[in-house]
Design a protein around this ligand. Structure first.
Ligand code: ATP
Ligand code: MG
Length: 441
C-alpha cells in the first residue's frame, strides 16, 4: 500500500476555518495600508540567488543556513525561494525605474516567505509576511510614520501587550568605528564566545550583540555601544524619530543590542515584541536601509520599511478575540426533480445577478435532508422548488430565521420579493448581500 503524502515539514495547510480568519485579517490590513497611502506590489516567489546574498549579507543566519536554494534543472541558473520581501521589492523598483522615474514610492506586499529553520510554535519554513517599503524618503518622518502605522494597526486589531524597541545603527562609517571597538572588546573574551560568536568575531561582530546564548549575556551587555559612535546627523535623525513618537504618545524602549539579522539596515531599526507568544515574540520588525538600492545597482535612494509576521500576529489577534468574518449565504436553494433542478439553476443565477449570495443545493437527496442543509448553512431564506413550482415557473420562498410566512412567486418576481422580505426584517440586515444592501435590487 502506498503511503499517504504529507506537506513538507514546517509548511502548513491553512484549512477553511482558519483561512477565513486570515481573509478577515487581510481585509483589515489592506484597508489600513490604503489609509496611509501605500500601494500594492507583487513580486515573484523565486529570485536569482545572488539577489539575497548581496542584499541580506553573506554572514547572516538567512544566507548562511536558511535559504532554499537550487539550480534550475533546465538552465543551471541559481535560484532561491524568497526568504523575505525587501530585496525583491527593491530589485523590482530598480528594474522598472519606479523611484527614479516616478518619485518616492509607498509600497506594500504580502505573501509566503521560506526559511529552512527548525519548525516550532511561531517559526515555520513557509511563513507569511506583510511588508511595507517606502523608497526615496530620507527623513525621520517616514521612520516615524511606519511606527505610528503599526501602533494604529495593533489598536484596530485590539492587540494588547505589544511593545516597541528602538535603536539606531548609524551610518556605515559610524558602524565601522564601532565595529573596531567591538572587535577589540570581544577579543578579550574570545575563549568564552560560542562557535557562532568566534566565527562572526571578524566577519559580523555586530550580530554577536544579538546572541540569545544565556552564557554570553553579561559580555554583550557590557560591550561598546553603537550609540557612543553616532555622529551629529545620525543622532539628530534618531532624536527626531523619538520626538514624533512622543508626540503620538507611543511608548518605546531603546535597546542598544537591537541590531536586526539583515545587513542592509542603517540608522533607525525597530521591533514590536510581545510576551504572549513565548520565545517567538517579535511580531514586526524593520528600519531604514539607505544603502540597499545602490548596493543592488540602482541610483542611490534612501529607503525604510518593515515586515510583520502574519502567523504570529494572527495568534495574538485570536487571543484578543479576532475571528472570521464568516460569509453566510442569503439564500439556500432546494429542489426535487429534473425540471425543478433546471429552474433552481436559473433562480440561483438570477439572485446572484441581483446581488444576493445564493448556494444551490447539489448532490440530490430528499426535501427533508436538503432543508437540513439549508438550515445549517445559516441562510436567511430557503428557496423551495418542487415539481408543482417547476410546472408553474414559480418558486417558494421560505424564511428560515425570523418571521414571515412561506410564499410562492413567479421566477421573474423573485429578486424583488426577496428584497422586500429581507429589507423588512431589519434584524437580518447584516446577512444581506452587497448588491441587495445598496438597494440595486
Ligand atoms: P527571528 O529573530 O524571530 O528569527 P527575524 O529577525 O529573522 O526573526 P525578520 O527577517 O525581521 O525576522 O522578519 C520579520 C518578521 O517575520 C519577524 O519579526 C517574524 O514576525 C516573522 N518571521 C521571521 N521568520 C519567521 C519564521 N520562520 N516563521 C514565522 N514567522 C517568521
Ligand atoms: Mg530569523
Amino acid at each position: 500500500m502506498s503511503q499517504t503524502l504529507q506537506a513538507v515539514r514546517g509548511m502548513n495547510d491553512i484549512l477553511p476555518d482558519e483561512a477565513e480568519i486570515w481573509e478577515h485579517f487581510e481585509d483589515i490590513v489592506r484597508d489600513w495600508l490604503r489609509s496611509y497611502g501605500y500601494r500594492p506590489i507583487r513580486m515573484p516567489i523565486v529570485e536569482p540567488t545572488p539577489l539575497f546574498r548581496r542584499a541580506i549579507g553573506e554572514v547572516t543566519d538567512i544566507v548562511e543556513k536558511e535559504m532554499y536554494s537550487f539550480e534550475d534543472a533546465l538552465n543551471g541558473e541559481h535560484l532561491t525561494l524568497r526568504p523575505e520581501g525587501t530585496a525583491s521589492c527593491v530589485r523590482a523598483a530598480i528594474q522598472h525605474n519606479l523611484v527614479a522615474g516616478h518619485g518616492p514610492q509607498r509600497l506594500y506586499y504580502q505573501g509566503p516567505m521560506f526559511r529552512h529553520e527548525r519548525p516550532q510554535k511561531g517559526r515555520y519554513r513557509q511563513f507569511h509576511q506583510i511588508g511595507v517599503e517606502a523608497l526615496g524618503f530620507a527623513g525621520p518622518d517616514i521612520d516615524a510614520e511606519h511606527i505610528l502605522m503599526c501602533a494604529r494597526l495593533w489598536d484596530v486589531l485590539g492587540l494588547e501587550d505589544v511593545s516597541l524597541e528602538l535603536n539606531s545603527l548609524g551610518s556605515a562609517e559610524e558602524r565601522a568605528a564601532h565595529r573596531a571597538a567591538l572587535i577589540a572588546y570581544l577579543e578579550q573574551y574570545r575563549d568564552s564566545l560560542d562557535e557562532d560568536g568566534r566565527r562572526r568575531l571578524y566577519t559580523n561582530p555586530l550580530r554577536i550583540l544579538d546572541t540569545k546564548n544565556p552564557d554570553l549575556q553579561d559580555i554583550v551587555e557590557a560591550a561598546p555601544r553603537l550609540s557612543d559612535h553616532l555622529g551629529d546627523e545620525s543622532r539628530a535623525h534618531f532624536e527626531a524619530v523619538q520626538v514624533f513618537l512622543k508626540d503620538a504618545g507611543i511608548p518605546f524602549r531603546i535597546n542598544h543590542r537591537l541590531v536586526r539579522g539583515l545587513d542592509y539596515y542603517n540608522r533607525t531599526v525597530f521591533e514590536w515584541v510581545t510576551t504572549r507568544l513565548g520565545a517567538q515574540g517579535t511580531v514586526c520588525a524593520g528600519g531604514r536601509y539607505d544603502g540597499l538600492v545602490a548596493q543592488l545597482g540602482g541610483k542611490p535612494q534612501p529607503a525604510a520599511g518593515f515586515a510583520m509576521g502574519v502567523e504570529r500576529l494572527l495568534a495574538l489577534w485570536r487571543e484578543s478575540g479576532g475571528e472570521a468574518d464568516r460569509a453566510v449565504p442569503d439564500v439556500y436553494v432546494v429542489h426535487l426533480g429534473d425540471a425543478a433542478q433546471r429552474l433552481a439553476f436559473r433562480a440561483a443565477e438570477s439572485l446572484r445577478e441581483h446581488g444576493f449570495d445564493a448556494v444551490l443545493h447539489c448532490g440530490g437527496g430528499s426535501f427533508k435532508s436538503q432543508m437540513k442543509k439549508a438550515d445549517g448553512s445559516g441562510a436567511a431564506v430557503a428557496l423551495v422548488i418542487g415539481e408543482d413550482e417547476a410546472a408553474a415557473g414559480e418558486v417558494g420562498i421560505k424564511p428560515l430565521r425570523g418571521p414571515g410566512a412561506q410564499q410562492r412567486v413567479a421566477l421573474e418576481a423573485l429578486p424583488e420579493a426577496l428584497a422586500m422580505l429581507m429589507f423588512s426584517e431589519e434584524d437580518d440586515e447584516d446577512e444581506l448581500g452587497e448588491g441587495a444592501r445598496d438597494g440595486s435590487v
